[in-house]
Design a binder for this molecule. Structure first.
Ligand code: NAP
Length: 237
């Protein structure tokens, strides 16, 4: 059955970490949420948790590195909803903590770019037809990182940091290409968050990591586009 009249949100990598929290907070605000997860069991479980808490949630399988999987996920979405209001490109990998660019492994660099850069591009391209049908104008939020800020960049996790700087460039490109289409495209540095990726020593809980992303998905003016945000403030690239 298709979803009518609801605000809808699709979040990639929503089976755990910041993505799962974004889904919860959007569901709490009345969104019908679509849990994108490459792992079927974990994705179903995350979605079921929300349904059992009384929210509207649907699991959609997606591996953002696989164009066929992205296309299939988009097809599945179109069977379940008649429009998309919010797309959050949250899925991401960090595999080169402690590595140096002097010895960077090319396969790892490719993997990182496929997940963190090419993936979000494919997802936006395919889901654009649904975002264009959003009555209030669509919103795309790319989950970036402080590691991608070029003015502060030094040697930390080179593949990851370069991929997030590239994701910021992807944000600018789509914001420019969609100017006049009522689709806002922004990126967010969530800060250092306690997840599998951030580790147990990280300074922020997932609630705080999701906060600015949810704000951009809901309260921020729809006219804000092509910007990089941290704690609801615009920050330099
Ligand atoms: P996490 O706990 O490691 O979760 C990452 C999520 O991405 C998982 O759901 C994972 O799915 C998914 N994912 C990875 N590759 C995928 C693929 N090819 N297709 C679909 N899903 C895929 O990380 P997190 O801390 O929540 O991070 C979420 C986002 O925030 C990432 O973009 C990350 O770069 C960014 N970020 C995090 C921090 C931090 O301190 N935690 C700081 C700055 C930015 P599986 O379960 O299948 O692996």
């Amino acid at each position: 059955m298709k979803t009518h009249h609801h605000r809808t949100a699709f979040i990639t990598g929503a089976n755990r970490g910041i993505g799962k929290e974004i889904a919860l907070q959007l569901a709490q605000q009345g969104f019908a949420v679509f849990i994108g997860s490459r792992d079927i069991a974990k994705g179903r479980e995350a979605s079921e948790e929300l349904c059992q808490a009384g929210y509207e949630s649907t699991f959609i399988q997606i591996d953002v590195t696989d164009p066929v999987s992205v296309r299939t996920a988009c097809g599945t979405f179109s069977q379940k909803a008649d429009h998309l209001d919010v797309l959050v490109n949250n899925a991401g990998i960090l595999e080169d903590h402690g590595e140096t660019i002097l010895k960077l492994n090319a396969e790892m660099l490719d993997r990182t770019f496929k997940a963190n850069v090419t993936g979000p591009i494919l997802v936006i391209q395919d889901f654009l037809e649904h975002l264009r049908k959003s009555p209030d104008g669509g919103r795309i939020i790319n989950v970036s990182s402080g590691a991608g800020i070029i003015k502060d960049m030094s040697t930390y996790a080179p593949a990851y940091s370069i991929s997030k700087a590239a994701l910021n460039a992807v944000t600018k490109q789509f914001a420019g290409a969609l100017k006049g289409d009522r689709i806002a495209v922004n990126c967010v540095d969530p800060g250092w968050v306690r997840t599998d990726m951030g580790g147990p020593s990280a300074s922020r809980p997932v609630e705080k990591g999701a906060e600015t992303i949810v704000w951009l998905a809901t309260e921020a003016p729809q006219s804000e586009t092509g910007k990089f945000w941290h704690d609801k403030q615009e920050v330099d690239w």
